[in-house]
Ligand binder design. Structure first.
Ligand SMILES: Cc1ncc(COP(=O)(O)O)c(C=O)c1O
Length: 463
């Protein structure tokens, strides 16, 4: 059994190995640690040693030490077509020569909004933000304004960006399943927000009763159709349909957070795939082609609340929105290029499905062949490995996951030349890349087994 000192020694030795493999990167990190808290703005993702990137192309990324990786992080999922797709690069170049940031409007932003409206179920109006976080903030504000109610409900494990109202129960779960507690998972959040947050079980019908219980106090339910940060766990269709019915029953709005799944899970996003339509949808990542982006879209009557007050109409209450860079031309150019390419040919999504399936099957085969208690979750082009005794269907199933093995797996994968991140493939990946990733997993698993890390559980939460 690996505990305490032995676990610390394994972590330290993995860290030293990374430093040895990336001397330039290690020097950068030491410099960064003097200035950036924990050395990077995305510590959680890249501990213990961030990769300092030199360049990225297609399915690959190269660090400043010359190490080459198969990229399964893909800009946290934004790069559905892979790194530096020629169409996206050309669009950015063309925009660059015409100005990088204006303030006033552009025609291309209308075209991008038209593409989104034509594709995403229920997206009758679209409003751009700078990030997914801002989009979820706007969605909550909109829901409260439209219903005149205070409370918002989110699912356990749901990550909706660093949104003050939703930094609850995204890395932990507690309380009875039917009535989860709202865990404050981030220090420094406005404590009173907790009074207005209702946490729902994920993938469990107890959520529907909970919604009915909160009833007319509830402004909206926000949910990821596939939990991304909490382990690539797809919602069941019955769960999303049940949320839809329960929301309708109490007059609350249903918000799909499709920041990850939007356009990744199919041309009509997760809503199209599941056949369930939300009142409001938040988007990000894929619609920006690798530039910072977000969008909130939905029913016209709701979205009209986002317009600026009419000049001379006193007392007209509208939902505050906007941002210096929202809908900026570089983002719009890249997003327009990525979506145009993606939607122009059904073969792209077919390829994403095929590669994702190949990855999940390949990994499952490794675990089955070797009798390792691990499970693979995911859907479409998303995948994740869990060291759990059963296939996780909710964050509650991750509580017993082997945290040490999970952490070391990611590090060992990097040493094997794979960046896992959230766990994605792109259209730029070849089948041989997927097979190579599976081989890298097996090598990493070999090592974990040799070190005795797979024999026990060291629960450390999830996310
Ligand atoms: C489902 C979901 N919603 C919202 C966000 C926040 O988006 P951003 O990081 O662009 O603020 C994320 C980020 O990963 C996400 O996964």
């Amino acid at each position: 059994m690996v505990t305490g000192e032995r676990a610390a020694a394994l972590l330290e030795s993995a860290y030293q190995e990374l430093r040895k493999a990336r001397p330039e990167g290690a020097a950068h990190y030491d410099r960064a640690c003097k200035l950036l808290p924990r050395g990077t703005t995305r510590a959680r993702f890249w501990e213990p040693l961030p990769i300092y990137v030199e360049r990225a192309h297609g399915a690959y990324l190269e660090d400043i030490d010359g190490n080459r990786y198969i990229d399964c992080n893909l800009g946290q999922g934004a790069l559905v077509l892979g790194n530096s797709h020629p169409a996206v690069v050309a669009a950015l170049r063309a925009q660059l020569s015409r100005g990088t940031h204006y303030g006033p409007a552009t025609e291309q932003a209308i075209e991008l909004a038209e593409m989104i409206a034509a594709a995403v179920p229920g997206a009758e109006r679209v409003s751009f933000t700078n990030s997914g976080t801002e989009a979820t903030m706007a969605a909550l504000r909109l829901s409260r304004a439209a219903t005149g109610r205070r409370k918002v409900a989110k699912a356990e494990g749901g990550w909706h960006g660093a949104n003050e109202y939703l930094l609850f129960s995204y890395t932990s779960v507690s309380g009875p399943l039917e009535h989860p507690e709202a865990n404050v998972d981030s220090a420094g959040v406005w404590q009173r927000a907790k009074d207005d947050v209702v946490v729902l079980p994920f993938n469990d019908e107890a959520a529907f009763d909970r919604i009915r219980e909160v009833g007319e106090e509830l402004a909206c339910v926000i949910v990821e159709p596939v939990l991304g940060g909490a382990g690539c766990i797809p919602a069941s269709r019955a769960y999303l349909e049940g949320l839809r019915q329960a929301c309708d029953a109490v007059g609350a709005l249903l918000v799909f957070d499709e920041v990850v799944t939007g356009f990744r899970l199919g041309p009509r996003s997760a809503a199209g795939r599941y056949g369930v339509t939300a009142d409001v949808t938040t988007l990000g990542k894929a619609i920006g082609g690798g530039q910072p982006v977000g969008a909130v879209c939905g029913r016209a009557d709701l979205m009209e609340l986002l317009v600026a007050p009419k000049v001379g109409v006193a007392g007209q209450a509208v939902v505050g929105a906007g941002g210096t860079f929202a809908g900026n031309p570089m983002t719009v150019a890249a997003g327009h290029a990525q979506l145009s390419e993606l939607l122009s040919n059904p073969a792209h999504h077919e390829r994403l499905e095929r590669l994702g399936e190949r990855m999940r099957r390949g990994l499952e085969e490794v675990f089955a062949r070797r009798g390792i208690p691990a499970h693979v979750t995911g859907i479409g082009s998303m995948f994740r490995v869990h060291f759990t005794s059963k296939l996780p269907e909710s964050p509650r199933d991750l509580v017993e996951a082997n945290g040490l093995a999970t952490h070391l797996l990611r590090v060992y994968l990097e040493l094997e030349g794979v960046i896992r991140g959230m766990g994605f493939v792109s259209t730029a990946h070849e089948e041989s890349d997927v097979d190579q990733v599976v081989v890298a997993y097996e090598a990493a698993i070999d090592r974990l087994e040799e070190e005795g890390c797979l024999e026990f559980a060291t629960p450390e939460g999830f996310g």
